[in-house]
Design a protein around this ligand. Structure first.
Ligand code: ATP
Ligand code: MG
Length: 375
């Protein structure tokens, strides 16, 4: 018998007047914070500032002294903590896989406790292992000790996803990994995040990680929330020196890594669009009229490539169609890193790219312009 879900999706998680003390000192003090459904909210701040305590008060691993935490308006105090936790995925640094259980058993533990049938459990385990890029036939029967740190971390994520919870709490999940592996897992995680589209509260020490992954970032210091907002707000409008410090000092060196294409692209304008079945002579007229030197050729919604006035001029047969002469063009997505985009453009000797967001052009990336904006 499977117990009913507490919630299918998260509308909001709300901390109201939350305080937690240990002895005379505050771990979290007077916290008011709303986490919106579907967002990835980062908690960042110095060691001991109260991040883990805040996270754990959501699933009642820690109980507050005063104040309320509500999920979709439901006060967590009114929910059985075990039931609450089974509805919330929890991923920590050293994941805490059970060493005497196989990878499959670790992932399937909660479904088993929830009374799923064997066959159903097995299917879920396989799906999840595939999802985190660990072929089930290779990994299912191994023990945690036989996996690398990065692989174990993937299993930790898979296990947290077992019941397909609408909410994930992640406490420095990549903290113990070396920097390169960390980047790789962050990249994979971004993809997973987009695919599963869940609400995530994510603790990190690493501002770069915060800027790459976070929809909003909450900065904590000495048990208090200092500022919460989207990355650009913290960068351009820091509430105090601490925030400026956290966001800025590291950005001076690393900003290329953390900026995304969407931060530096120019808006896409329809005047640059020509249809693939336009004839060359018509295209020349049209481009002249629109005062443009290059155009992006689309066939319906599909981007075929680019033509320039020079290309068109060189064309012998003016009745040729653009579809036949358009040159493929680089495309990026808004969330791609600017550093990556620039190096791709440089390698291919191009200076221009179209930014596509799920099939729709949303911007243009011009390498020189990007470099200017970065200085
Ligand atoms: N069980 C406990 N007993 C006493 N004090 C505690 C306990 N747990 C946490 N604290 C204290 O509460 C404060 C906040 O701890 P918390 O673990 O939330 O910090 P954090 O921001 O997650 O730090 P870190 O970045 O080092 O993980 C710290 O001063 C910590 O020492
Ligand atoms: Mg912590």
């Amino acid at each position: 018998m499977q117990s009913k879900r507490l919630f299918d999706r998260i509308d909001s998680i709300r901390f109201t007047g939350i305080t937690k003390r240990y002895g005379n000192s505050f771990a979290v003090k007077d916290l008011d914070l709303e986490i919106k459904g579907g967002e990835l909210l980062i908690l960042i701040g110095p060691s001991g500032s109260g991040k883990t305590t805040t996270l754990r008060m959501i699933n009642r691993m820690i109980e507050q002294d005063s104040g309320n935490v509500t999920i979709n308006g439901l006060d967590t105090k009114d929910v059985d903590p075990v039931r609450l936790r089974r509805n919330i995925g929890y991923v920590i640094q050293n994941i805490g896989l059970f060493p005497h259980m196989t990878i499959g058993e670790n992932i399937g533990l909660v479904p088993k406790l929830e009374g799923w049938e064997k066959k159903q459990q097995l299917e879920r385990i396989k799906t999840l292992l595939n999802f985190v890029s660990l072929p089930p036939e290779m990994f299912m029967d191994r023990y945690p000790g036989q996996l690398s740190g990065g692989q174990q971390q993937r299993v930790g994520l898979a296990r947290a996803m077992a019941m397909d919870p609408p909410l994930f709490l992640m406490d420095e999940p990549f903290g113990a990994l070396d920097p390169i592996l960390r980047k790789q897992l962050q990249k994979e995680f971004l993809k997973i995040k987009d695919e599963i589209n869940r609400t995530i509260v994510f603790v990190t020490h690493d501002i770069e990680e915060a800027l790459v992954l976070g929809d909003r970032i909450a900065i904590m210091n000495q048990a208090e929330l200092v500022q919460v907002g989207p990355p650009e707000e913290l960068i351009f409008n820091p509430a105090n020196d601490l925030v400026a410090d956290i966001v800025d000092t590291q950005r001076k060196f690393k900003h290329m890594d953390t900026l995304r294409v969407k931060d530096l692209m120019s808006p896409f304008e329809n005047k640059y669009v020509l249809e693939g079945n336009t004839e060359v002579c018509d295209a020349v007229d049209e481009m002249t009229k629109r005062e443009i030197e290059n155009a992006f050729v689309f066939e319906g919604e599909k981007l075929l490539g680019e033509v320039t006035m020079v290309d068109l001029m060189k064309c012998k047969s003016k009745s040729q169609k653009l579809i036949d002469i358009a040159r493929p063009i680089k495309t990026f997505q808004p969330k791609d890193s600017v550093a990556f985009a620039l190096s791709e453009l440089k390698n291919s000797g191009e200076y221009l790219a179209v930014v596509m967001n799920s099939g729709e052009p949303v911007g243009i990336l011009v390498s020189d312009e990007v470099l200017l904006k970065l200085i």
